[in-house]
Design a protein around this ligand. Structure first.
Ligand SMILES: Cc1cc2nc3c(=O)[nH]c(=O)nc-3n(C[C@H](O)[C@H](O)[C@H](O)COP(=O)(O)OP(=O)(O)OC[C@H]3O[C@@H](n4cnc5c(N)ncnc54)[C@H](O)[C@@H]3O)c2cc1C
Length: 389
């Protein structure tokens, strides 16, 4: 098989890139290790920046998000029983959109299918070959059949555990990492959200987040030790602990119910540089991870897609390689700013095992400063709604 762009990974980055390229008449093939149902069963992001929303529209996939997504003009932050609101709309002119990653992915799969796009599921043993030459290709296996795709470029959109980043020689790739000493235990339940906006809670018992996917689907998280096992957390224990971590008046309104998904995610900050090696480009979680505080993972994957898509478009439509040559530099410049925000917001809201009384006082002082200072709130809101591309 021959294509212009071989895309490894059928998550949101790979699908969005493929669909955007298709709109411009650029051919691609997406190779996904799992099945479509498996990809759609992963419960992940829920807060979308305007940039992602605009890209979905450009890809011809924004209609359902526009119809069913919930614009949020602000968010709530609490410490103990104190709570305050940061008004994104007033401070930046922009809201964020609450719409599940699952729905983004579903819209993109539907669009790819409608356009007769090539997505190979169950693609195993994917290998990227000759990426540092002008004739790269990808080999893989479906069942017992070995296949090969020759291409102009390869987009590595295969997430943190994919093959793309590992293809880049160790003496070229520089990795930066911080692993946090806690994880997030998340519960999805078919219950109305406790509040119509998200609540980020710093409590003496650890962080909690009250989020949602729609008017009758709530997503809640609590900070937990990395050693905790999900099977040791009953629904009752989860709800009881969540109630202890959010302000009492919110806890009173919390509607509980059976969990329909429960999982523990570790927290990590990670960046790999550069994001290009020859004709291979890393995109999304393949190149960087943020802790989920601040909802930046999927949104940062989308900004990579923006830079890569525009670079490829410039190459094919204008014969100009400037965009692809500067892809890594442009994407990383934004990635690092997002890493900083996610690291800062995580530090502000979590309890750390080695935190001293002084550190705790600093956290509360910073929260009170944020509560009372419009400039500090604007800085937070500017980052939360999404830095410009
Ligand atoms: C529990 C959790 C909660 C999160 N919450 C948020 C949030 O609230 N807000 C936010 O913005 N972000 C959040 N994120 C992060 C967000 O989900 C990711 O940043 C986003 O999924 C990145 O998209 P991606 O397409 O780059 O990678 P992925 O979604 O990981 O997709 C990569 C795809 O590549 C496939 N693949 C992997 N290896 C291979 C291979 N060798 N061959 C072929 N295919 C392969 C995988 O099966 C997968 O489908 C969360 C993540 C987790 C885990």
């Amino acid at each position: 098989m021959r294509t212009q762009v071989a895309i490894i990974g059928g998550g949101p980055s790979g699908l969005l890139l493929s669909q955007l390229l298709h709109v411009r008449g650029i051919d691609s093939v997406v190779l996904e290790r799992k099945t479509r149902d498996y990809v759609l069963s992963r419960i992940r992001a829920g807060v979308m920046e305007r940039g992602l929303y605009e890209l979905m529209k450009e890809a011809g996939c924004g209609a359902r998000m526009e119809r069913e997504g919930m614009p949020h003009d602000g968010t709530l932050l609490s410490y103990g029983d104190e709570m305050f609101r940061v008004n994104f709309k007033d401070l930046t002119g922009h809201p964020v959109m609450v719409y599940g990653q699952t729905e983004v992915t579903r819209d993109l799969y539907d669009a790819r299918e409608a356009a007769d796009g090539k997505v190979e599921f169950n693609a195993e043993d994917v290998e990227i070959c000759d990426a540092d030459t002008d004739s790269p290709y990808v080999t893989y296996r479906v069942g017992s059949e070995s296949r090969r795709i020759d291409c102009d470029f390869i987009a590595g959109c295969d997430g943190f555990h994919g093959v793309s980043r590992k293809t880049i020689p160790a003496d070229v790739l520089k990795e930066y990492e911080r692993v946090y000493p806690f994880g997030w235990l998340g519960v999805l339940s078919e219950t109305p959200p406790v509040n119509h906006e998200l609540i980020y809670a710093n409590s003496p018992r650890g962080f909690a987040l009250c989020s949602m996917r729609n008017a009758n689907l709530s997503r809640y998280y609590i900070q937990c030790p990395t050693t905790d096992k999900v099977e040791n957390w009953s629904d009752e224990d989860f709800w009881a602990e969540l109630k202890r971590r959010i302000p009492a008046d919110q806890a009173e309104n919390l509607v509980t119910g059976p969990s329909i998904e429960k999982s523990i995610a570790p927290l990590r900050s990670y960046v790999a540089e550069p994001m290009r090696w020859g004709r291979l480009f890393l995109c999304g979680d393949a190149a960087h991870i943020v802790p989920p505080t601040g909802a930046k993972g999927l949104n940062t994957a989308a900004s990579d897609v923006h830079y890569l898509y525009n670079g490829l478009r410039q190459f094919y439509e204008e014969g100009d390689a400037e965009g692809i040559d500067r892809y890594s530099e442009r994407a990383l410049s934004r990635v690092w700013k997002v890493e900083r925000f996610s690291w800062w917001f995580s530090g502000l809201m979590h309890r750390y095992p080695d935190q001293t009384d002084f550190d705790l006082k600093m956290q509360i002082a910073e929260l009170e400063f944020l509560r009372s200072n419009t400039d500090a709130q604007r800085a937070m809101a500017t980052n939360y709604v999404g830095l410009p591309y």
